[in-house]
Design a protein around this ligand. Structure first.
Ligand SMILES: *Cc1c(COP(=O)(O)O)cnc(C)c1O
Length: 384
């Protein structure tokens, strides 16, 4: 698809692939239909709200990390559910959160004690995030809410010390989020731990939210195992099951198109300097870290190898080494794939870098522009 648009629009720009977004949503809708679970879009991964009407054809609503995302979900996916979780809510935002969300998940018994009964009185469904203390990921400590010293979620020990009968009485549901780009085998392991540590608690509740990190739309994800886990929770405990994936909704549903500005050589390495920056426009490349796929290039072999890097002052502003069939030329365009998630909603203007415009590949095959950015978007955050 992207080959038809490579020469359109000024680079760098993101291009959201609506058809791919729809096919991801169809997979998620299948899980909902077969199990009765309810799936929400985790907006922190993808919040290009012009696509919310499409997503709303399939999913049950949005999940928010705080006030602004809750407002966005409420405003741009109206008449759908809006769940909010934050590690700690603030006094000066809580009323507005109540106005925008219909489900609120607290991180600790003390936050539940501080705001829970007010939330309930305003008609919200109230949950508590638990920490099942079951790590299923290796080498990614910053993405492991079950890592030692984690602030995310209430452990069983904290529950036993702090949850009074009055607090338990406020609860409608339990939430956990412990996965990141993982399969349903790890979910199964985690749910076993949840039942082992919190099984007695689940009995009296209405819902359980299994968080995000489920790689449901990835090839080879075991969907029937996921459905087995959901059905088990529904049958054994009578719970409505929520999932709130971000990544799985918009996986592979976008590109970042860039141009080669210069090619330099350092000893044996050829380096192409692009007009996109990993640090600014695809920060997870450096933070996670990972190397995104590139259209018509390989990450492990080919005739011509280049290190692809950004134009900023950061020495580590490097996307990775890629191999091509032909030599790269100055002015040539390249398209990084899987650039819809954790990109637009996480980018920045470090070095005064321009934000990439946001375009949409429509389902009829046209490219439209949702948003163009310029100097003002850099300047307005820094002063008068
Ligand atoms: C990050 C996050 C999600 C979404 O995670 P993905 O990996 O994008 O699926 C959902 N819920 C919570 C609480 C999160 O922190």
């Amino acid at each position: 698809m992207i080959n038809r648009f490579m020469e359109e629009h000024i680079t760098p720009y993101y291009a959201i692939d609506k058809a791919k977004l729809r096919s991801n949503c169809e997979i998620l809708a299948g899980v909902q239909e077969r199990t009765g679970c309810r799936i929400l879009l985790a907006q922190k991964a993808f919040s290009a709200y012009d696509t919310y009407p499409l997503i709303a054809e399939y999913l049950c609503g949005t999940e928010a990390s705080g006030l602004y995302e809750a407002k966005l979900g409420h405003e741009c996916m109206p008449n759908k559910e809006c769940h909010v979780f934050s590690a700690a809510f603030r006094d000066d935002e809580i009323e507005e959160i109540f106005e925008n969300a219909d489900h609120i998940v607290f991180n600790s018994p003390s936050q539940l004690a501080r705001y829970g009964s007010r939330a309930k009185a305003q008609g919200l469904s109230v949950g508590l995030r638990i920490n099942p203390e079951c790590s299923t990921q290796e080498g990614h400590e910053i993405y492991d809410p079950c890592a030692r010293g984690s602030r995310l979620g209430t452990t069983r020990q904290q529950w036993d010390e702090l949850m009074s009968p009055e607090l338990i009485n406020i609860l409608d549901g339990i939430h956990f989020h412990t996965l990141c780009e993982q399969g349903s085998e790890d979910l199964e392991t985690t749910v076993e731990a949840v039942i082992r540590t919190f099984g007695d608690v689940l009995k009296g509740l209405k819902w359980i939210n299994l968080g995000g990190g489920h790689h449901i739309t990835k090839k080879n994800y075991n969907i029937s195992k996921l459905e087995g886990v959901i059905n088990q929770l529904t049958t054994a405990f009578g719970l409505t099951v929520y999932l709130e994936p971000g990544e799985a909704v918009a996986l592979d549903a976008g590109y970042l198109v860039t141009s080669v500005l210069d090619i330099v050589q350092n000893a044996d390495d050829k380096i192409a300097i692009l007009d996109m920056s990993a640090a600014c426009h695809a920060p997870d490349v450096i933070e996670m870290p990972y190397q995104p796929p590139l259209y018509k290039a390989s990450t492990d072999n080919g005739a011509y190898g280049y290190i692809l890097a950004g134009p900023t002052c950061l020495a580590g502003d490097v996307v990775g080494r890629y191999f091509f069939e032909n030599e790269l030329k100055i002015g040539q365009r390249l398209a990084f794939e899987d650039m819809a998630i954790y990109s637009m909603c996480k980018n920045n203007t470090f070095n005064g870098m321009k934000l990439p415009d946001i375009c949409l590949i429509e389902e009829d095959g046209k490219l439209t522009t949702l948003k163009s950015f310029g100097y003002q978007d850099f300047k307005y955050r820094l002063g008068m």
